[in-house]
Design a binder for this molecule. Structure first.
Ligand code: MSP
Length: 643
């Protein structure tokens, strides 16, 4: 059986940040894991280079678009090479084969009458050159950005019959509950499809930096919509539309994506594939968002974490370990040097590094760096059984993409290793002339380290190769089969000294992020107050600084161990739902809230409550009788502004 793993293709309008690195690390880890198990694996990554956004970024940089795309695409490729990412192909949407494949797909869909020509009609603000949906207009007419009047504009466009696939998509989600991983993310997709799909405009005439229409359509004023072009990379990379040899890898096992682009992958992409009569990917793995020190990263704040900077300071494999260990797959994660350093010192340096050093030291002292497992079964059956049970449990975690649980369980092996040394005290046994027993203890720990190194290999490939080298074996799918599947022990082997693998980190090795916003000085506060009148009235502009929106609660659950908090996922009409942690548990149960409408303060700075990010606040009124939520009198669409 073969495996096909992908990352999203990254836009070439800026360099890689830590969020891109995370998707790439997790995909690389799964691909390496599959290869370790002996599966024939194809791992794809690359860059997404078309569309207006890229055209404009190139213009700003004063470069021809292709040259600009070449440069940024190369920064991604070089970074992944430097990080040792094991991709089999790096695709660029400006590759000729890709463009050919996209045109072929367009022709197939067109021939099936799944693509038709019509007019795109919408509210257009000429000044901003943007279409706005009616729900976003101010008073049904004015541009929400510049306040000018909008025009109803008609633009010719080709449409994909997305609506035709509504039922089939719902059927697919129902029959394949693990299509979207983690399952908790499926609701938002299902609800979106259930609320009705509109046909999708898949060409543009307003810019030209895109894949041209197939010649057979004789319509060269259109270029392809960037998401149609981009999603098709997953099959054009396998040669769809040109040399189709690699199509044997299709369907993909997992497309890794961030939660913001889940809808494109879980709705549009399967519908396109159905139209092309191709199988659907087995899983879409949607991960959460990374923040820095609890704050959203943005160029303007200057707090974007550069993966290169982190890797240069702390080592790329430490970073891989940290990111995959720190967050449950699907949830948001926070990068802070404090948390990173804690994990390096306690888990990598103490638990793993020290154990290896102890074994090297003891084997040198007791047996001239030779280890023999002959007496392990006699003295350490209990530890071997515990170790085997842990090793057996790991595969399920990796199949469910739960890297944090995988690593958490794996680390229990080091606890067993450290525990057995503590309990059996080989140095005492050596003094008491019980050398066989002492050496059996050293040997069982060396075997634990060997097996742990194999299973840690997908996450930390180079480091584990050094550990394996110290134990005189190689990590390959043969050693995986022998030591993990067949549960054999390394019999007689030499130990080599290695330099410390995880030196302790005492001080942060990088500059801290610039503080979010300096607190207003007394003078500034006075100034703000001065703009208020004596009656404490505010200007209308001050009121409009608060973005209030209608939200629909699509998931609600209690926060364990908290008397007050409920965790909600709220649809605000954005790409993905917002997580809001609200102190209303005493007044509402999760069922009271599910599928109801609420009013949300949508531009509050995210905050952490009991370790969970909260990205908004609900409006409520509280008096001595209790608390009630403020809700619209009539149902409104998710995201409708309140003002
Ligand atoms: N080009 C599209 C993807 C097309 S796939 C057919 C795109 N590119 S992107 O460069 O904007 O984003 C790539 C990936 O990075 C997305 O999965 C996105 O979720 C992820 N991330 C961007 N910022 C992120 C964080 N701060 N944290 C985690 N991942 C984030 O979208």
């Amino acid at each position: 059986m073969s495996k096909y793993i992908t990352t999203p293709i990254y836009y070439v309008n800026g360099e890689a940040h830590i969020g891109h690195a995370y998707t790439t690390f997790i995909a690389d880890t799964v691909a390496r894991y599959d290869r370790l198990k002996g599966e024939e694996t194809f791992f794809l990554t690359g860059t997404d280079e078309h569309g207006q956004k890229i055209e404009e970024s190139a213009e700003k940089a004063g470069k021809p678009t292709q040259e600009f795309a070449d440069e940024i695409s190369a920064t991604f490729k070089n970074l992944w090479d430097e990080f040792g990412i094991s991709y089999d192909k790096f695709i660029r949407t400006t590759d000729e084969e890709h463009k050919k494949g996209v045109q072929k797909a367009f022709e197939v869909m067109f021939a099936k009458v799944d693509i038709y020509k019509d007019f795109y009609e919408g509210h257009y603000c000429v000044s901003c050159e943007t279409f706005f949906p009616e729900t976003q207009l101010v008073d049904g007419e004015f541009c929400p950005d510049c306040g000018r009047s909008t025009n109803v504009v008609k633009e010719e466009s080709y449409f994909f019959k997305l609506s035709k696939y509504e039922d089939k998509l719902l059927e697919h989600y129902a029959k394949n509950p693990d299509f979207i991983m983690p399952r908790s993310r499926a609701n938002e997709v299902v609800n979106f499809v259930k609320s009705g799909l509109r046909d999708l405009s898949v060409t543009r005439t307003s810019f030209s930096w895109g894949v041209k229409m197939p010649e057979s359509l004789h319509d060269d004023k259109h270029v392809m919509y960037v998401w149609l072009d981009a999603l098709l990379n997953y099959i054009t990379a396998l040669g769809y539309g040109s040399d189709e040899k690699l199509m044997k890898y299709w369907p993909a096992d997992v497309h890794f994506v961030g939660k913001d682009i889940l809808r494109f992958h879980a709705i549009y992409w399967p519908a396109f594939l159905m139209s092309l009569d191709l199988e659907l990917p087995k899983h879409i793995g949607a991960h959460g968002w990374w923040t820095r020190d609890g704050e959203k990263m943005s160029k303007s704040k200057g707090n974007v974490v550069s993966p290169k900077e982190v890797a240069d300071a702390y080592g790329v494999e430490n970073l891989r370990y940290f990111m995959l260990r720190e967050v449950p797959f699907g949830q948001d994660g926070d990068f802070s040097q404090r948390a990173f350093i804690d994990r390096i010192n306690s888990e990598l340096s103490n638990d793993l590094g020290n154990l290896l050093n102890r074994i090297i030291g003891m084997s040198g002292k007791y047996s001239d760096f030779v280890i023999d497992s002959k007496d392990v079964a006699q003295y350490h059956t209990k530890e071997i059984e515990k170790m085997d049970a842990i090793l057996d449990s790991l595969d399920t975690f990796m199949q469910n993409l739960q890297t944090h649980r995988y690593l958490e369980e794996l680390w229990k092996l080091f606890a067993i290793g450290n525990g057995v040394i503590q309990e059996y005290e080989p140095w005492v046994k050596m003094k008491n002339n019980q050398k066989d027993e002492a050496l059996a203890t050293v040997a069982v720990v060396a075997n634990i380290l060997a097996k742990a190194a194999i299973m840690l290999h997908p996450v930390m490939p180079n480091t584990t190769n050094i550990i394996a080298d110290a134990l005189s074996f190689e990590i390959t799918n043969t050693s995986y089969k022998e030591l993990i599947v067949d549960k054999k022990l390394l019999k007689l082997f030499n130990i080599k000294k290695v330099p410390p693998l995880f030196p302790r980190v005492e001080e942060p090795l990088m500059q801290e992020a610039p503080k979010a916003e300096p607190k207003a000085s007394k003078e500034e506060k006075k100034e703000v107050q001065a703009t208020k009148t004596e009656d404490n009235l505010i200007e209308i502009g001050q009121f409009f600084e608060t973005s209030l929106k209608i939200g629909i609660v699509i998931e609600a659950e209690e926060v364990p161990k908290s008397k007050k908090l409920l965790k909600l996922q709220i649809d605000l009409g954005e790409e993905s739902p917002r997580q809001v942690v609200a102190g209303i548990k005493e007044f509402y149960t999760p069922d009271d809230l599910l599928n109801t409408q609420v009013c949300v303060v949508a531009n509050l700075k995210p905050a952490k409550l009991m370790g969970m990010m909260s990205e908004g606040m609900l409006l409520a009124a509280k008096d001595e009788d209790g608390l009630c939520l403020i809700r619209p009198e009539k149902p409104k669409k998710a995201g409708t502004p309140i003002g």
